[in-house]
Design a binder for this molecule. Structure first.
Ligand code: LIP
Length: 273
């Protein structure tokens, strides 16, 4: 018999506590100097010692605070807890989203931590390691950045929209993504590529970009930032009625979602390698 899960607010409190400690470690390790510890899918898909140390710190903290929960992390996968905890709680963590930015000492990298209950993300936090900006959300409770309620962009004209996106690590996928971008760029105000999906989603939630799309996101890139964007009033989905996921994530206010969806579908943004 599974126990009832804690409230979304309690799960968010835990997520914020753990993410703040993790971001402090990442910040300290960055100041001490980081280098590439390994590569994953390609020679440019790098892991630093900080990615591993920060995820280990998050895993240890969650095991102390919520010993029966499951955890899915970018660096250590599902660990030993399996797919779901005793009361259906699973944590999803990207210890350092924007690893290349982090490696180069650029400001856009973040700790992203979300809590799922019975397969639905109900609480999430994204904390910028360099600036300390902290975006939070609970399902049905709204999205905030440092306590200020987020509402997304009010832009209704795609031609006036500032659109964020990103690119994968594999050369063939990047070539396809560049072709999509080449077909889109004349139809929008401009493009921004910040290098961290979780932050991109939160900037869209704030209206600091009008919309965001990207192909190839993993669950840990999307979980917390996707809830922040949703709770800010954005539509977060894939193409053709599919859910947001590895094929494509499109996050946009309702007025822009349709026009941008149409352009991206015409350009086969969810296709390619
Ligand atoms: C990054 C994503 C970003 C994408 C990068 C990379 P990582 O995640 O957050 O949106 O464009 O290629 O995948 O690898 O830094 O955790």
């Amino acid at each position: 018999m599974s126990r009832s899960a804690p409230s979304s607010e309690e799960l968010l409190r835990i997520a914020v506590e753990v993410a703040r400690e993790a971001a402090a470690t990442a910040y300290r390790m960055r100041a001490e100097g980081v280098s590439v510890a390994a590569t994953k899918s390609t020679a440019t898909d790098v892991v630093t010692a900080a990615d591993r140390a920060v995820e280990r710190q998050v895993l240890d903290a969650l095991r102390r605070l919520r010993p029966d929960d499951a955890v899915l992390g970018e660096e250590y996968g599902e660990g030993d807890a399996g797919p779901a905890g005793a009361d259906g709680v699973r944590w999803i963590v990207d210890p350092i989203d924007g690893t290349v930015n982090y490696l180069y000492g650029l400001p856009n990298s973040a700790v992203s931590l979300a809590a799922e209950v019975a397969g639905t993300v109900v609480a999430g936090v994204v904390r910028n390691i360099t600036t300390g900006e902290e975006w939070t959300a609970t399902r049905g409770g709204g999205a905030h950045r440092d306590g200020v309620r987020l509402r997304g962009s009010t832009e209704i004209d795609l031609g006036q929209a500032l659109v964020a996106t990103g690119f994968g690590y594999a050369a063939q996928r990047r070539a396809h993504q560049a072709r999509v971008l080449g077909g889109l760029i004349e139809h929008v105000r401009d493009i921004r590529r910040f290098g961290a999906a979780a932050i991109d989603l939160c900037l869209a939630a704030e209206g600091r970009v009008d919309a965001y799309y990207e192909k190839g996101l993993a669950a840990w890139d999307l979980a917390a930032g996707g809830l922040v964007a949703t709770e800010a009033g954005l539509r977060v989905a894939g193409l053709g009625g599919r859910a947001a996921g590895p094929d494509l994530v499109l996050a946009a206010p309702p007025a822009l979602f349709g026009p941008l969806h149409e352009r991206l579908a015409d350009l086969d943004a969810s296709g390619g390698p």
